[in-house]
Design a protein around this ligand. Structure first.
Ligand SMILES: [Fe+2]
Length: 446
């Protein structure tokens, strides 16, 4: 039973430790989430001048001017030349690149002809500002409200210094730019393309800025992976711990009820043992308490002290066999009556042999009237041949008898009790136990 109680204590302590660690992990994770959200919502910018390792953008021509790209059908008096420009966006952030918008400021006269891998927002400032978002891979000329020219099948949107275009990804699944997660760790590269016409074929697109966000997963990086492992494992541990604690606590509840039932039963036996003599009421309970205090003072462990308490509580259970008229007799007992009284030890021990859960209870009942000098009853055991528990109960029993009024005498004063113990130490009582008892006598409750 005690082993089970100890195990319950251990399980509770483990559960408390696991719960505390889980709370710490959760608090740390909440801070991690707040920190990650703050990181993800931060506005970031990259320009031709500001180079970062996180995300880089580079706009450069692809290929050379060719005859095929020379247009002479657009305007009667001039020939314009085309060039493909690419903007390479490289994501080295190990996070998802989101919400990027690349603004290219136009520095000289040119014509926007085509663009791909995204949509483009054109801002013209010819007389008043004209703005339109276009998908130049798929448009209807009638919908265009910007200034434009048509040269055969080619659309030419004139741009001049001060105009600008904004390139950003569309929502189409075929769009290759968003999110830039071409590899498993979200790093990657995308190219957007533009075809520009100009008189010389070279257009200066070096004035640009890209605004973007990057999105980090809560479980990315080393710390995220630690949380990904720790959180479910710890919650799993807590669940298992909770089930174990629930089972063990159920046992504990049963044990408490059983202990109360045991206490009630033994107290009832003690009341019955003392019931035949009015002047002995609560005697067994007092002897039990004092015996336990002596055992504690002697340094015995908790289990032995408990066993001594219950043994002392039942030490006079054999009184059931002694007639009330003898037990409560006010005058001196005759030999026959004395023999009957002495038999309460043997009768009690006989009963308590059946109580296996209290070690030495039978010995306590049998030998609590033995004397240290061997002149006691029922056997006449001497010295340390008398079981220790019986020697302890003998002292407690004598104290409670002296400390109560009897039909034929008043109760002893404390000084008289101490004197009596000193006088009989080594004859009636074990002198070592008398020494221990006299050290705690002041603490004994009335
Ligand atoms: Fe007794």
């Amino acid at each position: 039973m005690d082993a089970l109680v100890q195990m319950q204590g251990l399980v509770k302590r483990i559960f408390v430790i696991l719960g505390t660690i889980l709370i710490i992990i959760l608090i740390a994770f909440i801070f991690h989430v707040i920190q990650t959200n703050s990181f993800n919502s931060m506005d970031r910018e990259v320009t031709a001048e500001s180079v970062t390792m996180e995300v880089t953008t580079d706009i450069h021509p692809r290929g050379l001017v060719t005859d095929a790209w020379e247009k002479n059908d657009a305007f009667p008096d001039k020939v314009i030349n085309a060039k493909i420009y690419e903007a390479t966006i490289t994501n080295n952030s190990k996070c998802l690149l989101t919400d990027w918008r690349l603004r290219i400021n136009i520095k000289e006269d040119c014509y926007l002809n085509n663009a791909w891998n995204g949509v483009i927002e054109v801002h013209q400032f010819s007389d008043k500002e004209k703005v339109q978002v276009l998908d130049l891979r798929n448009y209807d000329v009638e919908d265009i409200n910007l200034d434009y020219y048509l040269a055969g099948q080619d659309l030419l949107i004139p741009l001049k210094k001060g105009d600008y275009i904004v390139y950003y990804p569309d929502d189409s699944p075929s769009s290759a730019e968003l999110p830039l997660k071409s590899t498993k760790d979200y790093s990657g590269q995308a190219n957007i393309g533009i075809i520009m016409y100009s008189l010389s074929g070279d257009v200066d697109l070096s004035d640009f800025e890209m605004i973007y966000h990057i999105h980090k997963s809560y479980f990315a990086g080393l710390s995220g992976k630690i949380y990904l492992f720790l959180l479910p494992s710890w919650i799993g541990l807590m669940a298992v711990g909770g089930i174990i604690a629930w089972i063990i606590l159920g046992f504990e509840g049963q044990l408490i009820v059983q202990k109360h039932m045991l206490d009630d039963t033994f107290n009832l036996c003690a009341i019955v043992a003392d019931a035949k003599d009015y002047y002995h009421r609560d005697h067994s309970k007092n002897v039990a308490k004092i015996s336990k205090q002596i055992a504690e003072q002697m340094g015995m462990d908790k289990n032995d002290c408990e066993a001594i308490y219950y043994s002392a509580l039942l030490h006079n259970i054999g009184n059931y066999a002694v007639p009330e008229k003898i037990l409560s007799k006010a005058t001196k007992l005759n030999d026959e009556e004395r023999k009957i009284v002495h038999m309460h030890t043997v009768k009690g021990a006989y009963l308590l042999e059946e109580v296996k859960t209290i070690p030495h209870a039978a010995e306590a009942a049998m030998f609590h009237h033995e004397r240290y000098d061997g002149k006691g009853y029922p056997v006449g055991k001497k010295g340390e041949d008398i079981p220790l528990i019986a020697r302890i109960i003998a002292v407690a029993d004598a104290y409670d008898n002296m400390n109560r009024e009897k039909m034929y005498r008043k109760k002893y004063t404390k000084e008289e009790i101490i004197e009596e113990f000193k006088k009989n130490s080594g004859t009636q009582f074990d002198p070592n136990i008398v020494d221990v008892f006299l050290r705690i006598i002041d603490g004994i409750e009335e």
